[in-house]
Design a protein around this ligand. Structure first.
Ligand code: ZN
Length: 266
């Protein structure tokens, strides 16, 4: 696909909630599991011994660095989604419900930096700072679900079923993975590739994920049922994490048969 103008300098922005129109595919399980139940989602936890076994096999080791997920963040996120999705959140909103999702997509990023700690601090607080914090539709801070450090260490920032803010139009149904690095001075590493593959396998088993994309592909979904963004001017040019990294990641997890960009050549 044609890459849009891309300034590899910033973490991303994105959007909100709404009804799910797309069909959900069944679980993609690496093992032969008879009498197996569908994967857990936001609406239901693990329930069986087989689930617990599969979870133990597939869940990669990860560190927990939780970002602030306070009532304020939920409220700001809901206001963001209200604007960007046209929601009517009402006078007494259920903020937990409004910011909870069943993930359908995984979006892979790079941080455009060299430090996991720096990325964590960028995401930590509930509000954006500076000029970005002046309007209600832009108050909630950026966030992703995972950071993958350059040595492959996986860091979990927030529950996968919480809506983050990392990809315009797709935040209400996507899990964001941020890789520490960029396309120039800190190219993504083989250890990150391996860690992303492990993470994607686990997530695709645990949630009803249908798509795996790079952030640079998000605008290809503007005509897709998944994409919800009411502000036509609210777009950014992105090139992360690059087509080479995505091609190699897709090759690693080909057995999952996750879909990519609807505009991909093949
Ligand atoms: Zn990105």
């Amino acid at each position: 696909m044609v890459l849009l103008s891309c300034v590899p300098a910033d973490l991303d922005t994105a959007t909100p909630v709404g009804g799910m129109a797309a069909a959900v595919q069944g679980s993609r399980v690496a093992l032969d599991l008879s009498a197996y139940e569908p994967p857990p989602t936001a609406s239901g936890p693990h329930t069986t011994l087989v689930d617990e076994l599969q979870e133990a096999i597939l869940r990669p080791p990860m560190q927990e660095w939780p970002i602030d997920w306070s009532d304020e963040r939920k409220r700001l996120a809901a206001k963001y989604f209200e604007f960007h999705k046209g929601w009517d959140i009402g006078p007494d909103p259920d903020y937990d419900r409004l910011t909870t999702m069943d993930p359908r997509m995984i979006v892979v990023h790079w941080t455009a930096g060299a430090s996991a700690r720096s990325a964590y601090h960028t995401f930590y607080q509930a509000r954006q700072t500076g000029h970005r914090n002046r309007r209600v539709w832009n108050e909630v801070n950026l966030s992703a679900h995972f950071i993958v450090d350059r040595d492959g260490t996986i860091i979990r920032l927030m529950p996968e079923t919480r809506m983050g803010r990392h990809t315009i139009g797709l935040n209400h149904l996507s899990i964001g993975i941020e890789n520490v690095g960029d396309g120039e001075h800190f190219p993504l590493t083989e250890a990150q590739l391996e860690a992303n593959a492990m993470l994607v396998r686990w997530l695709a088993w645990r949630y009803p994920v249908t798509h795996l994309i790079g952030h640079y592909e998000y605008r290809d979904f503007e005509a897709h049922p998944y994409f919800e963004e009411s502000a036509h001017w609210f777009r950014t040019g992105r090139c992360d994490p690059g087509p080479d990294f995505m091609a190699r990641l897709r090759a690693q997890v080909a057995e999952l048969h996750l879909e990519g960009s609807p505009h991909a050549d093949g």
